[in-house]
Ligand binder design. Structure first.
Ligand code: MG
Length: 465
């Protein structure tokens, strides 16, 4: 959803292909990004498997070339997971990277993500600088005699990325277990990486949707509903584990051997305690997670003396906190997990390799590992309303709850924690809705709390009118 005078949202530029996100727009955006990075800078470009990816990538490249940028395209044809591009930018010495992707969004969407020389998404100030160039049209156009004549192909993206992941993993121990693992690529770019990674770790991959297609067999957000077929296969074939990725493969959502699908904040908690004990014992015992993560994160990680630092929703906040303040990991409930020694960005394949190592070292089944995290029941709902209206409602609710004895966090919307429940109410960054997330240690309590919150919001709306 593009807003007037603004291009970048929570996670790059996103829009419906050929309606909001046209080749004319990406041409101008390419010129703006090229102007921002400067003539002769080296930019690596890649994309996921979405419709319109090639069209948008080439118009973007035309803009970059006009600004005098040296452009390399990831082999093959730009296809690569977002984290593979991010890793290649950092490792192969590019000045920046651009990924044409709309991650997990519906199939009619595409988008543009820009990363800096260390492979992290640009900070908000840099995004604003690019927007200013775009809207003022103060483009730098290269002199005809110094226009870069040809783009080059970068063949090392996939291999160097897989190699780095393996270098961070206890390969021998994983190999010894002879795991059989289902991987659901959603017909996108993880097809190029996760099955190969598994084979190199001595794991036998069972693949679903691991051929690249602009018309994926399922929705690209990995969750219990979109992974239901894969979950059934894991259970019926008696496989050790299943993993589902989103469109650009920076997320991993896991299926245990019983066919149960686990959210990323559960996986993140389990992996963080393992990493703190066995892999990064010298780093500060701190993790970063968005306010949309469950209270179980704190309830579980406090046993290991690991501090939980909350961030606004958007993985960029987690990346920059890890960069500036340090910590052992960062994660989101949607399946994004960051392992700093490899890359300061979410990475679906790295997360999969780490979980396999944990399972191999601990010699336990995934269901046993996941059941160590307390079980909470969740309800997610949304109330349609314009963004300004939902911001007003959240402000009023913050005032109402600030005087209570509950633990209140207001860095992004309103998050309230009690002994046996928590909830988050925030205006969506991508849709005109107010999002409500509730979790409680009993199903009844979760439902009751959700209903009372909806009622409270309705009352506030009627007070307004
Ligand atoms: Mg993604």
């Amino acid at each position: 959803m593009l807003v007037m005078g603004k291009l970048f949202g929570t996670d790059g530029v996103r829009g419906v292909v050929n309606e909001e996100l046209t080749p004319e727009l990406t041409l101008k955006l390419g010129l703006s990004i090229g102007t921002f990075f400067g003539e002769h800078s080296r930019i690596l470009v890649g994309r996921d498997a979405r419709v319109g990816g090639e069209m948008l990538m080439f118009s973007l490249i035309a803009g970059l070339l006009s600004a005098g940028v040296k452009v390399s395209i990831a082999y093959p044809r730009g296809y690569a997971p977002t984290p593979a591009i991010q890793y290649a930018v950092k490792e192969l010495g590019y000045d920046g990277g651009i990924i044409v992707t709309a991650s997990h969004n519906p199939p009619n969407y595409n988008g543009i993500k820009v990363v800096n020389a260390i492979g992290i998404e640009l900070d908000r100030e840099s995004e604003k600088a690019i927007e200013e160039i775009y809207f003022s049209e103060r483009f730098h156009r290269s002199k005809w005699s110094s226009i870069i004549h040809d783009t080059t192909i970068e063949p090392r993206v996939i291999d160097s990325y897989i190699k780095s992941i393996i270098d961070h993993i206890d390969k021998q121990t994983v190999r010894s277990r002879e795991f059989r693992v289902l991987v659901d690529c959603g017909n996108s770019v993880s097809s190029l990486t996760t099955p190969t990674l598994l084979r190199e770790l001595g794991v036998k991959p069972y693949t679903v949707g691991c051929d690249i297609s602009p018309h994926p067999y399922r929705e690209l957000e990995p969750n219990p509903s979109t992974l239901s077929q894969s979950a059934l296969i894991v259970k019926q074939l008696g496989l050790d584990l299943g993993v589902g990725h989103d469109g650009d493969a920076d997320r991993a959502i896991f299926i245990d051997e019983t066919g149960e699908v686990w959210w990323g904040d559960r996986t993140g908690s389990i992996l963080s305690s393992y990493i703190a004990e066995k892999k990064l014992a010298d780093l500060p015992r701190r993790i970063y997670t968005a306010v949309s993560s469950s209270k179980v994160v704190v309830d579980y990680l406090s046993q290991f003396n690991i501090e939980v630092a909350w961030t606004p929703v958007g993985s960029i906040y987690i990346s920059y906190n890890l960069l500036n303040k340090g910590g052992i990991a960062g994660f989101e409930e949607n399946g994004g997990f960051i392992y700093p020694p490899h890359l300061l960005a979410r990475d679906g394949a790295m997360t999969t390799a780490l979980l396999l190592e944990l399972l191999a070292v601990e010699k336990k089944k995934p269901s046993q590992i996941f059941s160590q995290v307390p079980r909470m029941y969740s309800v997610k709902t949304k109330i349609p309303m314009p963004r300004e209206a939902s911001q007003k409602i959240v402000k009023k609710l913050v005032n109402l709850y600030s005087d209570t004895s509950y633990r209140v966090i207001t860095i992004d919307g309103l998050r309230v924690e009690t002994e046996d429940s928590w909830f988050l109410i925030r205006p969506s960054g991508t849709e005109p809705v107010l999002r409500i997330m509730v979790e409680a240690y009993s199903k009844e309590k979760a439902k009751k709390l959700t209903n009372s919150l909806i009622e409270e919001v309705r009352r506030l709306i009627s007070d307004e009118t």
